[in-house]
Write a new protein. Structure first.
Length: 441
């Protein structure tokens, strides 16, 4: 495998490779019984509203959300033998017999104005008491979003960290149209791949979508302008686009600073791919790296004071860090001959990257608080896995993989114990996912 992360023009060629689109959704399977996972029962929610029931199965969405973190082992629906809908109906001995630590019950009620009210409760089976009891408003078409919010609240109450299910992902697709034409598109979907919406599309490729910290915009690379590629910032609500850079040569790999005021990006306008910092208010450019090697794929560390990037200055691709105020880069990765395309967790402790060995490319997670080879954990099987991106709470990693001659997306728990493929996404060949920030609840 060539270093496609370092050369945007080569990646554009790869994007145009023959594709095989598949239709329909695939079953999502999540292995139960992960060692150390928390047993929890999500009881089917009762529909107590006068209107016809919404087809969304709230319990099913919550169950799948919790399971894909690897931290929970939600009881299978077919193993639930009682159907309480509120605290007064819960018989704790039943759930102890089923070896459950927690149980979630709920119901959907009508609300004024034609809407609905989703009430749910989280109960501690061992302590026989309520931990959480809340009501969330909902309208037709919003029940999946409400289910993700319920999963977030349950996760946060038990784990102590904010849940990341009520978030969005972005990704790129390439689909063959006719004999020699392709359509490329950028999509935004729920964190589990449902409700995909096409944001922008063209007959020329897109690359490297990156979320703004407020979740309102995406930065990306487009080849639509004659003579090369350019970087745009795209406002999701309005569709308005701002051309950011269109220098001769490479304009690539944009990523927002944590405060949203700057973009780190790769430019070769000086003849060699280097890391630059662009102030979005003043359009001032600051060059951060100067080396004859290829420097690309910047990623901000929390706080915005340093930037991780991929460089082959040591002979093979490795991860380096450079201060946003300049200075000499520091090599970060010491294990593995090939490390590229890094993503940092919200606290900077974990780094997800592509690690290559003998033409097999897998997703690796580096724990910077540990030393030696044990600091790196491989969480995907390969052979061509790429573009890892952390959930905003660092509980999961989303990445792209190849199955046959097409690209698909996988979600893996951060320890690699659980991995599942997102449902079949529209738009053909799928690649380059980017996990968005937390959304306002």
């Amino acid at each position: 495998m060539r270093w496609i992360h370092a050369c945007l023009l080569l990646l554009a060629v790869l994007l145009a490779a023959p594709l095989r689109a598949q239709q329909g959704a695939l079953p999502i399977t999540v292995p139960n019984g992960v060692e150390g996972s928390i047993p929890i029962a999500i009881v089917p929610f009762a529909w107590e509203a006068a209107a016809l029931p919404d087809p969304t199965q709230i319990d099913q969405v919550v169950r799948a959300d919790l399971n894909r973190t690897g931290q929970f082992n939600a009881l299978r629906k077919e193993d639930i033998i009682e159907l309480p809908t509120r605290a007064s109906e819960i018989r704790y001995p039943t759930w102890r017999t089923l070896k459950q630590d927690y149980v979630v019950v709920g119901r959907v009620l009508g609300a004024e104005g034609g809407g609905f009210r989703v009430e749910f409760e989280l109960h501690d089976v061992l302590k026989q008491g309520s931990l959480l009891a809340l009501s969330l408003p909902a309208r037709t078409g919003e029940f999946r979003a409400v289910a993700h919010q319920i999963a977030d609240l349950v996760y946060e109450k038990i784990i102590g960290v904010r849940g990341a299910f009520f978030t969005r992902i972005a990704y790129i697709t390439a689909q063959r149209i006719g004999e020699a034409r392709y359509e490329y598109a950028i999509w935004v979907a729920d964190s589990d791949g449902y409700n995909p919406q096409r944001i922008v599309w063209n007959s020329e490729p897109f690359l490297s979508p990156a979320w703004s910290p407020d979740g309102r915009s995406l930065a990306y690379v487009s080849f639509e302008r004659q003579g090369g590629h350019s970087i745009y910032i795209h406002e999701l609500a309005t569709g308005a686009r701002r051309l950011v850079t269109s220098f001769k040569g490479i304009n690539g790999a944009p990523t927002f600073s944590p405060d949203g005021g700057s973009l780190a990006l790769t430019l070769s306008k000086g003849g060699n791919p280097e890391i630059y910092l662009l102030n979005l208010a003043s359009n001032n450019l600051t060059q951060l790296t100067r080396h004859f090697g290829i420097d690309t794929e910047p990623a901000f560390m929390p706080g915005g004071n340093s930037i991780l990037f991929t460089s082959d200055r040591s002979g093979k691709p490795q991860i380096y860090a450079v201060s946003t105020s300049g200075g000499s880069p520091e090599r970060i990765t010491q294990v593995g001959d090939y490390n590229a395309r890094v993503s940092a967790s919200y606290d900077g402790r974990l780094l997800a990257m592509v690690q290559g060995n003998r033409n097999v490319y897998r997703i690796a997670v580096l724990d910077r608080e540990r030393g030696g080879a044990g600091a790196v954990r491989l969480i995907s099987p390969g052979p061509l896995d790429e573009s890892p991106t952390f959930a905003p709470n660092a509980s999961m990693v989303l990445y792209a993989a190849r199955e046959g001659n097409r690209g698909v997306l996988y979600n893996a728990s951060v320890d690699g114990a659980v991995r599942f493929r997102l449902l079949e996404l529209p738009g053909g060949d799928v690649r380059e996912p980017a996990w968005g920030p937390f959304r306002q609840r």
